[in-house]
Design a protein around this ligand. Structure first.
Ligand code: SF4
Length: 349
């Protein structure tokens, strides 16, 4: 990291993730970090600036199941090891251990994968796993767009009278603010003219509607003009409930789910094609609003920069109970006003 004139040195402290006082370096974005900022500025501040993350064991069960499924599939398709923040997984069991996934959830995901193999599900060859997204923009705007460049009198009345005049003075300011924006991410599987994304969820319809997947897909299409379409490989997370009449062991649950998946693969592997032994739903580039996504990246970057200048990452209490289909995992922090070390940790640099 280069020293920037005027920096306070806080950013050099190893126990901090990002310097809270630094308002000079732009922060790289991803489609999800932009979504987080739009949902709640304070969530973005906690995760992207302070670097708070929930300890793996405290993640919600659906998120853990999704991570396990993603890793199982990536290993199956040829990934030798998977890097997740500061850990490296060499087998799916490393994932189970790291996230402390409960035996019943593991049984359901294992059953899905055993059925995946039994059904001889295959994918098109010629892919690159975890291909990097590297989208770069330059944001250019006059200083008056978000930072008052006119020094204003300390007398409030005087200030109000002069605002109109100040506005036209600012319009004459020919200087430009120019800063880079990097958007990063990874394709699950990338081919020469399309990409595929793996999803596991209790409500698969969420991933099958261009309205809900627009942000992610638009970003991925923007990053490579050669991509014509994408395939969402969505899997229904087994919804089997606990038996009422007898206690069922994880192995028995595994068998019950496995038999169910085998007997009706199209319910679990959305878009199942019996002949091709493949599943997934295709979406074309034209189904997404790429221009709006690019404009959103540009505008949100300016808004994030403005929030950093004013140090005003306000809370949005309206989404605490439903942050992208699940309760916000930062609620304990916002409720208690402190960061429990048992539940959270600060990301390494
Ligand atoms: S709990 Fe609510 S206010 Fe706090 S970070 Fe989450 S969404 Fe924002």
């Amino acid at each position: 990291m280069n020293q920037i004139s005027g920096e306070c040195g806080y950013c050099k402290r190893p126990e901090t993730y990002r310097c809270v006082a630094d308002i000079t370096r732009t922060i790289s974005q991803s489609h999800s970090s932009v979504g987080n900022f739009l949902a709640c500025h304070y969530y973005y501040y906690l995760t992207k600036i302070i670097g708070v993350e929930i300890r793996p064991a405290h993640l919600s069960t659906p998120l853990k199941a999704g991570k396990l499924w993603d890793c199982i599939k990536q290993f199956h398709l040829g990934m030798k090891e998977i890097h997740d923040r500061d850990v490296t997984f060499k087998t799916p069991w490393d994932v189970v251990k790291h996230y402390e996934i409960d035996p019943r959830t593991v049984a359901k995901v294992r059953a899905l994968f055993k059925a995946y193999k039994e059904l001889e599900i295959t994918v098109e060859p010629g892919y690159e796993l975890q291909a990097e997204i590297n989208l770069n923009y330059t944001i250019i705007l006059p200083p008056s767009s978000f930072i008052p460049s006119i020094s204003i009198s300390s007398k409030l009345g005087h200030e109000a009278i002069n605002l109109w005049q100040a506005r036209s003075d600012q319009a004459d300011d020919k200087r430009l603010w120019e800063f880079p924006l990097k958007v990063s991410g990874f394709y699950d599987r990338k081919y020469s003219n399309y990409f595929t994304e793996d999803k596991l969820g209790g409500k698969p319809e969420y991933y099958l509607d261009p309205f809900y997947i627009d942000s992610q897909c638009s970003t991925y299409f923007l990053a490579d003009p050669g991509l014509d379409y994408c395939i969402m490989e969505v899997v229904q997370f087994p919804q089997q409930k606990d038996l009422k009449k007898k206690e069922e062991s994880p192995e028995e649950l595994f068998e019950r789910v496995y038999q169910d998946v085998l007997s009706r693969p199209s319910k679990y592997f959305i878009g199942w094609d019996n002949k091709k032994r493949m599943y997934g739903q295709k979406f074309f580039r034209g189904e997404f609003n790429l221009k709006a996504a690019e404009e959103r990246f540009r505008q949100v970057t300016i808004e994030i920069q403005a929030a950093r200048w004013t140090n005003m990452f306000y809370k949005n209490f309206r989404v605490c109970g439903n942050m992208f289909n699940h309760p916000c995992e930062m609620r304990t922090i916002c409720k208690n006003g402190n960061i429990s070390e048992e539940m959270y940790r600060i990301r390494g640099k």
